[in-house]
Write a protein that binds this ligand. Structure first.
Ligand SMILES: *[C@@H]1O[C@H](CO)[C@@H](O)[C@H](O)[C@H]1NC(C)=O
Length: 189
């Protein structure tokens, strides 16, 4: 039933199409409330036709883009762990980081799903607040996991640390932006 309602909600939204220019400026101005507005805009502008001027759809797509980044970093770190090379500090840091990122992918996926449920037009105010709060909690937890992963590499020598911490920093910028756009959903109401 919930799936049917969500599907109906999306097809209703699709009928109400907006102008591309408006959508671009909506994305640009929404991105000003994030910590990395350029990254925000360049990563989301391609979805203008789908976003139109809907803050829920913008947050939803930003969360989905973040999920994609996290999946890529997670599989990179998991692949490095499987090679099993390196001394014990590296092995331990990789192992912890792979766990953290695996959980982060699950959290981001839950967050995307929760924001997706907000699109139903009949969604009541209390339900919106509840779902936004869940999405915020899970996206914040993703950032905590990213930080824990980075912290684990502090005493690890060599280029692997630079590589992994660089990738995580990038994913973290996406996560931070997605969280800011989710936060906007309550700030705007
Ligand atoms: C979500 O992101 C994935 C890539 O990570 C993409 O294949 C999919 O189409 C995206 N979903 C939407 C609704 O944009």
């Amino acid at each position: 039933m919930a799936v049917l309602l969500a599907a109906a909600a999306f097809s209703t939204l699709v009928v109400v199409s907006g102008a591309g220019e408006n959508s671009m400026s909506f994305i640009k101005s929404s991105c000003q409330s994030t910590l990395y507005p350029d990254l925000c805009f360049t990563s989301l502008a391609r979805y203008a036709a789908s976003v139109r001027s809907d803050p829920v759809r913008l947050a939803w797509l930003a969360a989905n883009v973040t999920l994609g980044r996290l999946r890529a970093v997670s599989s990179h770190v998991s692949a490095l762990r499987r090679t099993g090379a390196g001394e014990s500090r590296t092995t331990a840091a990789l192992s912890d980081c792979a766990e953290m990122l695996g959980d982060a992918v699950d959290l981001a996926r839950s967050s995307v799903a929760e924001i997706g449920k907000l699109a139903a037009p009949s969604t009541a105010g209390t339900e919106i607040a509840w779902r936004v709060s869940n999405a915020q909690t899970w996206m914040s937890a993703v950032m905590t996991n990213e930080d824990t992963c980075t912290d684990g590499f502090v005493s690890v020598p060599g280029p692997m640390k630079t590589d992994i911490c660089g990738r995580i920093r990038w994913a973290r910028e996406y996560t931070s932006n997605a969280l800011a756009l989710v936060n906007n959903l309550v700030a705007n109401r």
